[in-house]
Design a protein around this ligand. Structure first.
Ligand SMILES: [Zn+2]
Length: 283
């Protein structure tokens, strides 16, 4: 087959009438001020050095304007790169369907796990991340295998399961994160640090926990136990008018995930933690 010949005619490129730089430069040029004659040295053409200074000043100002303009462009390009980063997150709101999880009066884990997860999803999506969710309503009843199979099939970069703890002592309250695989540790540590800070709770650190979601997932995974649903003060906060407790928690988990992506190395010294009374289980 013969190759098609490229047209030999000249290509006309239309240039914009005026670049933003030129208009900025014009706007920022100082007004010309008359030079005192006493300062002008005796030369063949005494106006030339003064004019040169003005031209030099204009070039400097134009250069600064260009650099500022270039900086903005670089920043916008950086933001665009951040917005299209390849990391993907698989969120797993614990329980659901016929499994309400832990509860306190009318508040169930099934509900608040989903509310927090949807909040994290919205934040991550607004920051340019692709997010998968094992459930987006309270209807499905999912096994652990359903959850990790789904996230594995999506080939997500990380998996975060969202739960809340419970205990018979209603005064107990702290934040903790669970991990199982060595590669889970940095993610769990980042999430519990950011979430406990946002919630104003004690950071109880990370604890190893053999759970199917953690052990069978192909990617770094963590199970967040944001606060104790059985705690009296938490119940008061959750039921207060205009409560921001769950949006604060979502912001914490989001910050923990972003922090992990920024620094996915495990901590040099894993934070020690008292094994929490993990009565809540994902299955
Ligand atoms: Zn749970």
């Amino acid at each position: 087959m013969r190759r098609r010949q490229m047209p030999t005619g000249r290509r006309v490129v239309r240039l914009p009438d005026a670049s933003p730089l030129s208009s900025q430069t014009t706007a920022r040029l100082p007004s010309r001020t008359p030079l005192p004659t006493s300062s002008v040295p005796t030369q063949r053409n005494p106006r030339v050095p003064a004019r040169s200074k003005l031209i030099f000043a204009a070039i400097v100002i134009a250069g600064v304007a260009y650099l500022l303009s270039a900086d903005r462009t670089v920043s916008q390009k950086a933001l665009a790169i951040v917005a299209t980063k390849p990391q993907t997150v698989c969120l797993d709101p614990g329980h659901g369907g016929s499994d309400p999880g832990a509860s306190n009066n009318n508040i169930t884990e099934r509900d608040i796990n989903l509310t927090v997860a949807l909040g994290v999803r919205d934040l991550l999506q607004s920051q340019g991340y692709k997010v998968y969710m094992t459930r987006t309503t309270n209807d499905p009843t999912l096994s652990n295998a359903d959850r990790y199979h789904y996230c594995n099939n999506q080939k997500a970069t990380i998996m975060v399961s969202i739960h809340h703890n419970y205990f018979t002592d209603t005064s107990v309250d702290y934040d903790s994160s669970l991990y199982y695989k060595p590669q889970d540790l940095a993610l769990a540590t980042s999430i519990v640090a950011a979430t406990s800070s946002k919630l104003g709770l004690s950071n109880n650190g990370v604890a190893s926990f053999q759970d199917g979601v953690l052990s069978e997932s192909n990617m770094p995974a963590s199970l967040s136990e944001g606060f104790f649903i059985t705690n009296d003060a938490e119940y008061a906060k959750l039921t207060a008018p205009g409560s921001t407790r769950l949006t604060d928690e979502a912001a914490g988990i989001d910050a923990g995930i972003i922090g992990y992506f920024a620094n996915p190395s495990p901590p040099a010294t894993p934070p020690g933690s008292t094994p929490p009374p993990v009565l809540d289980r994902a299955d």
